[in-house]
Design a protein around this ligand. Sequence first.
Ligand SMILES: Cc1ncc(COP(=O)(O)O)c(C=O)c1O
Length: 594
Amino acid sequence: MEALQLLSTPQPYLPNLPRHHHTLMRRTTLQANTIITAAISKPAEILSSPLLSSIELSVSPPLPSPFKVSPDSLQYPPGYVGDVADRSYSDDSDGLTSPMSYLTNILTSKVYDVAKESPLELAPKLSERLGVNIWLKREDLQPVFSFKLRGAYNMMAKLPKEVLKKGVICSSAGNHAQGVALSAKRLNCNAIIAMPVTTPDIKRLGATVVLIGDSYDEAQAYAKKRAIEEGRTFIPPFDHPDVIMGQGTIGMEIVRQMKGPIHAIFVPVGGGGLIAGIAAYVKRTNPQVKIIGVEPTDANAMALSLHHGYRVILDQVGGFADGVAVKEVGEETFRLCKELVDGIVLVSRDAICASIKDMFEEKRSILEPAGALALAGAEAYCKYYGLKGENVIAITSGANMNFDKLRIVTELANVGRKEEALLLTIMPEKPGSFKRFCQLVGQMNITEFKYRYNSKEKAVVLYSVGVHTPLELKEIEERMESSQHVTHNLSDVDLVKDHLRHMMGARPDIQNEVLCRFTFPERPGTLMKFLDSFSPRWNITLFHYRAQGETGANVLVGMQVPSSEMDEFHDQANRLGYEYNVVIDDLFFQLLMH
Ligand SMILES: Cc1ncc(COP(=O)(O)O)c(C=O)c1O
């Protein structure tokens, strides 16, 4: 273990906030297996807004070629604002994408032909709970239920008539496709939307849809090729100045709508178009306002890129918040973010679910996970830095929720809010144990309980309890421990929450059992292809499948693979092409399944 000051560059101090220290784990795949513990002093690292007026513009040095990193290689506590390593400034020599050009183009954008000025609404319940004024910029109320039509329309409306006549093309299975389709309808132009064949019917729009390839990358390659062949204009989802400028109109509206001083604007980040656009406007007009990006812990391409100082590619990306499931951020979006954004907050899937619930309780609206991301980040930030009395804005960016996902959201929302905890307790297997256990649980409300006979000596129970205060949770853990009932809090252990809690049961003695988490693409034949790769070569000992929307299914598989055959196993798994992780020596797997 090596101690390291993560933020080596001196950062301006944010006054009036308490100073604490926090320990964080940082793992880098570049130096595999190196675990680095870093001490971070809490609020001092909030980066102040760069003042554009004082920027000396220079041409940025050539970037190192992109390299692959794992999302795990940069993790920090919820609410903490991650660093921006190399805040260099650059200018495009043709002046087209200079700060002034962004500002004037945003001010004169035509997005209002198709989008509306979304309301900026106070969230009274959340504000009271947190002691800050939380304002919601309601982009979920746009005609296609997300902000994405702003950027698409802005780019398309600027195309010369004769270019527009040749049509446009894009590749997307999400909100961008809806934005392009609606914009094309308004502009009376022909649009082709290339989507992977796996796209569910609900996303197949009124425009001409071409289902092509198994993945987004294949659909994109097709769209770009067809654009060249047919003279169509390719409309990218985020990495184009006109798209960024369209999204930037949200920043312009916020500045106009918010009467008091703004502490920070929280923005969900996928490829970075939305945050780059908002920052390009707000940092120019109100440089003191912090622009803070929010990413899921398992889709943190911007946080990692800003941390390293150049764009990286994620080796895997979590698909729960599918709107922001991007492996590589844009070139222009990154250039702007490096200059203008104050940092990135990372939030868990549970926290996103909790914010979907918050929004439902606040406005009776259901946000999609990416749409609730900024709210989750704002809440975590306010708690982490103990912010009080300020105005904080979160962009609620979309409401295109896949209905099937609601099951997972309701399952995790209370854990995310810390109102429910998932616990595992080991107790003696003897008459009266269960009664003793219930006495120890005491007044707490059990919301789930699972038990299966295991051995003559010990019983393992998995259960959830409702929690009102952190003290209550600490007390039950202490009560259990003091009567020799070893207890683990599994509230943050995804392997248990996604899979193991659903499949406690027989505990056969299985030799050489290797546990793997796969992401299966949502398409016919996936399972057979999987089985063809591994069966009958290796015996399958466990299988648990949980669909999580169009981004694929979470699958836990157990197989008997002797260590001498592990290389061959990895070769097969890599050839299969589904994302996977081998779970090594997991304590809870041993406790629950063996
Ligand atoms: C609902 C929602 N929120 C946030 C984003 C992220 O936007 P960007 O890719 O511009 O960072 C997207 C992108 O599609 C989205 O659909």
